[in-house]
Each structure stands twice: as structure tokens, then as C-alpha cells.
Write a protein that binds this ligand. Structure first.
Ligand code: GSH
Length: 222
């Protein structure tokens, strides 16, 4: 093993933020694409909670939270300055709010049959509280912490995208103009398109997939 191994799932927003941070920090990993209903034995062995993403480092240590994988990558290098010291605390508080105050309602909106603790309308209203806060933050700036893409943008946008895609026509008609513009910019951004490359399901016989591919590094504006 010469590279850290990232167990990832293309469509998972947590895995997206981990891949985005690895991409932004210009690190490389071996990517192993997971199918959630058939997780690799090695992944479960190193991380029994068995959620993606999981990062297996060369020294045998394991990082099994997306937020911590972002920090691992950006602590190693931040050539695109997406995690400047002055926004570090504020950006982390916002990403944590996304996970705690938004994601549960996103799940209840997206999968209403899986939950019976609130109506879909109530879940939308709760999710809208967070979206409205983002909308205010984006009033006079293109990104959440200012005029360039940062930790909180890559940490949160995959979740807003998931929310938007439940019913995209409805989402685009909501009074969140700034968030809509921000979401559209993110989904059209070259960096996002690159971390969404498709890979076949990994098996122990698969060839090594290096992520990101070398040609993808240093060519994307942040
Ligand atoms: N707190 C974890 C959450 C990760 C998570 O829940 N990932 C989902 C996929 S989006 C998962 O692996 N679920 C397990 C499953 O569906 O079996 C993180 O931030 O990495």
C-alpha cells in the first residue's frame, strides 16, 4: 500500500465533502467505490460502524468521519487556501450545524416513509431555517465565508444539492435566490464535476484507482 485508502460512495454527500477536501488539498488516495448494500469486508473490519467515507492511513490508523477527513486533508496542505485561519472556527460551526440542524430534516423530507416523527411539511420548514440562514450569509458574497470557496462551501453544498434534487423544480422556485445561485455555481463547478467521476464497484481484485487522477490536480480555479 503506497497511498491512503478512501472507501467512498459516489452519491453520498459525506463522501463528496471528503473527496472535495482531498481534491482541494491536492492529496492523493486510493479510491475504493463502495456499494452500500454490499460493503467490503476490509472496510467493516477497520470501521465496524460501516459508514462511508472511511480513510485508512498508511500507519494503520482510521478516520471514519467525513468532517475529520476534511481536516486531515487540509491540515496536510491547503494550496488553494480554502481553509484560512481567520474563518476556521466559523466554518466548522456552520458545517456542524448542517450535520445536526439540517441533515435530519433533509432525511425526513427525502425519505418520508422511513420516519414517522414529523410530517414532510414540518421537515421542510425545519430545513428551511438553515437554508434561510445560508441565504442571508450569501446576500453580499458569492461564498459562505466571503469571495472565495471555502471549507464550509464544500462541506455543506453536497447536502443542499441532495435537498434540491428531491424536487428540483420546486427548489428552484423557492425564495432562496442566493442559495439557488450558490447551488447552481457549485454543481457546475469543474471541481465538483471532477470529484463526481464514476468508478466501478471495488473488489479485492480491482486495479488501483488513484483519486484524484494526476491530470486533475492544479487545473481547477477555486
Ligand atoms: N457521520 C458520518 C456519516 C456518514 C454516513 O452516514 N454515510 C452514509 C451514506 S451517505 C452511510 O454510509 N450509511 C450507511 C449505510 O447506508 O449502510 C460522516 O460524517 O462520515
Amino acid at each position: 500500500m503506497t497511498l491512503p485508502i478512501l472507501y467512498s460512495f459516489r452519491r453520498c454527500p459525506y463522501a463528496m465533502r471528503a473527496r472535495l477536501a482531498i481534491f482541494a488539498s491536492e492529496q492523493q488516495v486510493e479510491l475504493r467505490e463502495v456499494v452500500l448494500r454490499d460493503k467490503p469486508e476490509h472496510m467493516i473490519e477497520i470501521s465496524p460502524k460501516a459508514t462511508v467515507p472511511v480513510l485508512y492511513l498508511l500507519d494503520g490508523s482510521v478516520i471514519e468521519e467525513s468532517f475529520e477527513i476534511m481536516e486531515w486533508a487540509l491540515n496536510l496542505a491547503d494550496p488553494n487556501q480554502i481553509d484560512p485561519e481567520r474563518f476556521r472556527v466559523k466554518a466548522r460551526v456552520l458545517v456542524e450545524r448542517c450535520d445536526v440542524e439540517f441533515k435530519p430534516y433533509l432525511d425526513r423530507y427525502k425519505y418520508p416513509n422511513k420516519f414517522d416523527d414529523m410530517t414532510r411539511e414540518a421537515a421542510i420548514a425545519k430545513a428551511a431555517d438553515f437554508i434561510n440562514d445560508l441565504d442571508k450569509m450569501l446576500e453580499n458574497q458569492q461564498f459562505l465565508m466571503g469571495h472565495s470557496r471555502g471549507f464550509s462551501d464544500i462541506g455543506i453544498a453536497p447536502f443542499i444539492r441532495q435537498f434540491a434534487h428531491v424536487d428540483r423544480d420546486w427548489f428552484l422556485k423557492q425564495p432562496w435566490k442566493n442559495v439557488i445561485d450558490w447551488y447552481l455555481e457549485f454543481t457546475n463547478w469543474d471541481g465538483f464535476l471532477r470529484i463526481m467521476s464514476k468508478y466501478p464497484k471495488w473488489t479485492p481484485d480491482s486495479k488501483i484507482t488513484v483519486f484524484p487522477e494526476i491530470t486533475q490536480i492544479s487545473v481547477t480555479a477555486f
